[in-house]
Design a protein around this ligand. Structure first.
Ligand SMILES: *[C@@H]1O[C@H](CO)[C@@H](O)[C@H](O)[C@H]1NC(C)=O
Ligand SMILES: *[C@@H]1O[C@H](CO)[C@@H](O)[C@H](O)[C@H]1NC(C)=O
Length: 328
């Protein structure tokens, strides 16, 4: 039987000036295996194959990076700025293609659905932009009462979930300018949002410090499925494509990373190492590695999920051994 150590910390990169701001989304990993990181007023690219680092852009002293988001395929990267701009860069040429206006305040959340780009801002609005169209946006979604900090499209590109500092989780469809679903159960900001890649209409959301819960929703029937109190601020959630497991990253007070089996929500691993809130999370294109970032100015890479091919049974025992090995 093949035994693989599934949660090895394999690399730590220094990320000086990585901000400790819950509302920002400063790390994303592309389908072509390039990590984009917003550090202060610059965006850096780290090629995971060659380990080569490139500076993509410098916004100058008057602006800074609040979000980065790769298009689902290819080399286009959206950059949300503190001044409210959305810039589209072609990373293969290190060239800015266009800028898009709309937001009056910083843009902390971005989500792509093929040529459609959604951006969420501190001005409470979400703009839907079609990068093939000439206009800066095709629609404006108003529903949040405070800063939008989480945005995720479902895997079938039909539903957009948004989370805000108003503690609300809203779901929109491709054509709506009003939310089709509204969930008000969280009692703190909703930044952490993940759709299941395995089950249509299954949505997970996590709440901030006053809430600490991960909740699951059936968006097909508009029902609340379950709730798990994690004991700390939930900063991010991501569902594995390869197995039915999720990873959550946390802030106050334990700064941990937890791997959960769904739907039992049994803990497969608790990973520690960051000394600040684990505010940023992205998954590698093969679905095996996660990268986490924090205000401790490090990016940590963890092998948490098995590959799709290996069909390794993710046994609890293997992971516990790896975790203790990590902590030794
Ligand atoms: C949502 O509810 C529908 C109807 O009861 C059901 O068929 C579907 O499996 C449910 N999905 C989830 C994720 O629970
Ligand atoms: C994986 O482990 C579970 C729980 O121990 C077991 O029920 C299942 O049969 C195993 N699957 C395979 C493919 O070995």
């Amino acid at each position: 039987m093949l035994v693989v150590c599934v949660c090895l910390l394999w690399q730590v990169l220094d990320a000086p000036a990585l901000q400790d701001d819950f509302y920002l989304n400063l790390v994303d990993w592309s389908s072509l295996n390039v990590l984009a990181v917003g550090l202060g007023n610059c965006v850096y690219l780290w090629n995971a194959c060659s380990s080569k680092v490139t500076k993509l852009c410098d916004l100058g002293n008057d602006d800074c990076v609040c979000s980065v988001g790769w298009a689902q395929r290819g080399t286009l990267l959206a950059v949300g700025t503190n001044s409210g701009q959305v810039q589209i860069w072609d990373a293969s040429q290190c060239k800015m293609i266009r800028t898009m206006e709309g937001h009056r305040l910083r843009v902390g959340a971005l989500a792509w659905s093929s040529s459609l780009l959604s951006s969420g801002g501190k001005d409470k609005n979400i703009y839907q932009r079609d990068i093939r169209a000439q206009d800066d946006f095709v629609s404006k979604l108003s529903g949040h009462k405070s800063e939008v900090c989480g945005l995720k499209w479902s895997y079938d590109n039909r539903e957009l979930a948004s989370g805000g500092n108003d503690n609300r989780l809203l779901v929109w469809n491709q054509h709506s300018t009003q939310p089709v679903l509204k969930y008000c159960e969280h009692t703190a900001a909703v930044k952490a949002i993940a759709w299941s890649p395995h089950v249509h209409g299954l949505l997970a959301s996590g709440g901030g410090t006053a809430d600490r819960c991960i909740r699951f929703w059936n968006t097909t029937t508009n029902s609340h499925l379950s709730c798990m109190d994690t004991g700390s601020q939930v900063c991010n959630l991501a569902w594995s494509k390869n197995v039915n497991e999720l990873v959550s990253t946390h802030g106050y007070s334990q700064n941990q990373i937890i791997v959960w089996r769904y739907p039992t929500m049994s803990k497969l691993a608790t990973l520690t190492g960051h000394t600040y809130r684990v505010l940023y999370l992205a998954i590698s294109p093969d679905g095996q590695t996660i990268v986490t970032g924090a205000g401790d100015e490090t990016l940590r890479f963890w092998n948490v999920f098995p590959s799709l091919k290996s069909q390794v049974n993710h046994s609890l025992k293997d992971i516990e051994q790896c975790s203790s090995y990590l902590l030794d």
